[in-house]
Design a protein around this ligand. Sequence first.
Ligand SMILES: NC(=O)C1=CN([C@@H]2O[C@H](COP(=O)(O)OP(=O)(O)OC[C@H]3O[C@@H](n4cnc5c(N)ncnc54)[C@H](O)[C@@H]3O)[C@@H](O)[C@H]2O)[C@H](O)CC1
Ligand SMILES: [K+]
Length: 492
Amino acid sequence: MQQDSPYFLSLYSAAAVRAMDSNAIDNIGISGSLLMKRAGRAVFEQLQVRWPDCKEITVYCGGGNNGGDGYVVAAIAAQRGLRARVAWLVAPDELKGDARAAMEFARQEGVEFLPRTQLDDPAGVLVDAMLGTGFSGELRAEFAASVQQVNSSGLPVIAADIPSGVEADTGHAPLAVRADCTVTFIGRKAGLYTGAGGACAGEIVFDDLGVPAEVREGLEPLAHQYGGGVHLAPRPADAHKNLYGTVLVVGGDSGYGGAAMIAAEASARTGAGLVRLATRPEHVNATLARVPEVMASGVVSGQELEPLLEAPSVIALGPGLGQRPWGEQMLARAGRAQAPLVVDADALNILAGGRVLAGVRRDDWVLTPHPGEAARLLGCSSAEIGRDRLGAAKALQEKFSGVVLLKGYGTVIAHKRGCEIVRAGNPGMASGGMGDLLTGIIAGLMAQGLSPLEAAYQGAWVHGEAADRVAAQGMRGMLATDLLPVVREIIG
Ligand SMILES: NC(=O)C1=CN([C@@H]2O[C@H](COP(=O)(O)OP(=O)(O)OC[C@H]3O[C@@H](n4cnc5c(N)ncnc54)[C@H](O)[C@@H]3O)[C@@H](O)[C@H]2O)[C@H](O)CC1
Ligand SMILES: [K+]
């Protein structure tokens, strides 16, 4: 995968970023105190951009270099005439090295210092400089109380480097500052882009602190963020539908016909040449009534499905499949078909049961579990999946091969060479049918020639982007079918 190409940004572990810091200090000769000054200035400048009328800041400072960044922010704010208070969690006289120098800089500039335990009136913009990449384990009591005070203040919050309480590598954050904006330095931390950490970070602003890219040489990213866009070849004037593949959607057991219809329509709206739906006979008329362009076939057994498995260029399996014998028969047959597969929803739950396709691994399938389905596939709890989303997606990819797309905040796409993260979408997507829509989009992109991996990350982006555009009219009550016309707009 390209390093930092326009579409991919490298995301690192805390250890890798600390190595960059030391590289910058020891090999490039940029002092730690200069880096800290630049870090503090980067936070202050972002604060002014976002809240230009801000007249007061309250800086929560920890006892390490993250705290040092906070003292620099406070000193610069005081120099610019703002009221700046530092609520310290570790006594200023206990600070060492660069952080101590930063604290003295703030003191000289007339910054007010007070113990955080005596702060009962946080005001202005809050600056979170309690913990950065040095955080580990459980938040100590005073830090937990401070995080709670920040989160319940109702005031704007900007975080230095990483919201305090977020684990930089995984995004695990049982209790962490919820920031409007995070200014992260020198290397992007993977934990800011997925899971709870991604939700706490708010808008992420990266500042390299003037450190040359060579400090990152030889340091393996944990993942890459996909920067967005869908890349399909332009269509020649004499295009015909066979150029754009055939999707077969298999799903829609009794009572779940809608899921399969949404997936089929999504593939059509994504630009597949032909879309066929193999579903329970009782859903055929409803499908034709809603989207006559989809060829709906009623199938009652695996036998009846067999002849439909030859033609498609890609098979999307799982929307509304159910976990009854009918669904198991469909999975048993389709799972061995020639065509590449997108496997979702109950097809994943049947796989997790181990009775159907036991031990099957394919390089050409895309599995698209949400955390609950991922937990069943790995035999663990959803909480453990949330604890380390990158690790969970990689474990699933090792177990099943192919591409694994783990849904949730900051979609993680694991493949044999690494992980991509797509940070698009919003809470309006927490409604039935959204997963079926994604399955159809990914299948539609594969039908048009994208690889399973390209279809997974570009499909996840299209899905999130469509939801973000529809959310402009409000998130609550957003339906999967509301996104269908917008998918078409984006794919354009
Ligand atoms: N190193 C550099 O040149 C630069 C660093 N920058 C900033 O520095 C932090 C990393 O600083 P570090 O001192 O390594 O760690 P932290 O300040 O993040 O925290 C260490 C501090 O926190 C205490 N601590 C650890 N775990 C917990 C916990 N669970 N509960 C409470 N307290 C905890 C620990 O005892 C230490 O006292 C980096 O993020 C940047 O913000 C500059 O910005 C760039 C140059
Ligand atoms: K912080």
